[in-house]
Design a protein. Sequence first.
Length: 439
Amino acid sequence: MNPRLLLGLYVGVVLVPLALAWTGTRPPRSFWDELATGAGMLAFAVILVEFVLSGRFRAVSGRIGMDVTMRLHQLFARSALVLALVHPFLYRAPSIRPYPWDATRRLTLMHDFGALWSGILGWLLLFVLVLHAIHRDRIDYRYETWRMMHGIGALIAAGLILHHTLKAGRYSADPVLAWIWTGLFALAALTLAHVYLLRPVLQLRAPWRVASVRPAALRSWEVVIEPQDHAGLNYEAGQFVWLNLGNSPFSILEHPFSISSAPASGPALSFLIKELGDFTSTVGSIMPGTPAHIDGPHGTLTIKGRTEPGVALIAGGIGIAPLLGIMRQMHLTGDPRPAVLVYGNRTEAQIAARDDLAAFATLPGKEVVQVLAEPPPGWQGRTGVVDEALLRKLFADPSRRQWLFVLCGPPKMLDATEDALIGLGVAPERILAERFQYD
Ligand SMILES: Cc1cc2nc3c(=O)[nH]c(=O)nc-3n(C[C@H](O)[C@H](O)[C@H](O)COP(=O)(O)OP(=O)(O)OC[C@H]3O[C@@H](n4cnc5c(N)ncnc54)[C@H](O)[C@@H]3O)c2cc1C
């Protein structure tokens, strides 16, 4: 689906409850009371659609990219929190038990604790969830524990808010609106069931096995997995999967890793994994034969279908992983487009896949530019970092600015590279970037 259509669908779904309330026949209340209800309804609709914006659905992240999906998820969650926070404080009508003759709740607010308790709990839980997510890095526990708490907490908060909406919501007395709320909540719950129950069941039917684990560079490993009695994965070079090594497919111990092999190289998949934390530090001890499960492919970092006259691949450190997949695919398929691969590292020991890089550099029209911040004596490549000055030199020829630029690396380097390329006159739609950050 086209990203604009996706945006239209999002706005449509989020606004449907408000539109129904607006066009309903209930007698109007004061401006402030309507505003308060509107803020609450909008917040709830945004929260429910957040489940689809979790980054696990290709229909969304496959169109707008993982980075954009996650940034939108965060932005919308914060907006929903602000709307939810102001919701109870905007009301002006007296909060007493509704008069028996005020069935439309026009002159009074429900003051019935049976309808309010769930709203108060949902309100508090939402506050905790968003704040917790913003400050996750400051709390010392496993990422997976946080992610599980975030998903379950969000579902409980949505359930509480649904109860409050149906019991206290003036407009939810309309059965159509009540059904819409219930349907949206069911959809949100189903997204979790889909990711954590249905997909694992499908993974059981297409198991993989670790074929080899080899050192690839300083504190980095190449892990190769092969399909067991099935044809493998249909993917594009540069995409990533959620990889689960040695656990049940129902386990939450799965991590996103880019595929560094090329589709043209056969059904086995290879990954380049850098030691970073509790899981990645154990990768070197994983034995061949270990069962593996994957969820994917995901991601939009791919040159397939792009018509630009050339390709620039710019990687920082482990960001080379998906770009290796693209480079290998170009090599194996004899892609005639000119290409430059720029690969920055701190030291020489961090350089991965040297043989493939060297082989690629010998192809006509292909160039590999290695950059080291701390080069050893006799270093033949460039020295320093991948910065604006270097990019200006490499892409000085105006025709190169019409190329497709594919970037992957640490967030700081990517921000600086994107700014530099745009400063050089590269159109933003010709820059693809992935930040290796899923939160
Ligand atoms: C799209 C994408 C592609 C990636 N490709 C590669 C790659 O090819 N090679 C590579 O070395 N790294 C890659 N990464 C990063 C890799 O996923 C993390 O380094 C790894 O998950 C860290 O796990 P840990 O338990 O060792 O580290 P921890 O110290 O537990 O976590 C470090 C950080 O990694 C992230 N993280 C940890 N666990 C998970 C998880 N289960 N799911 C999502 N994020 C998590 C969190 O932001 C966390 O703060 C990629 C990340 C993304 C989002």
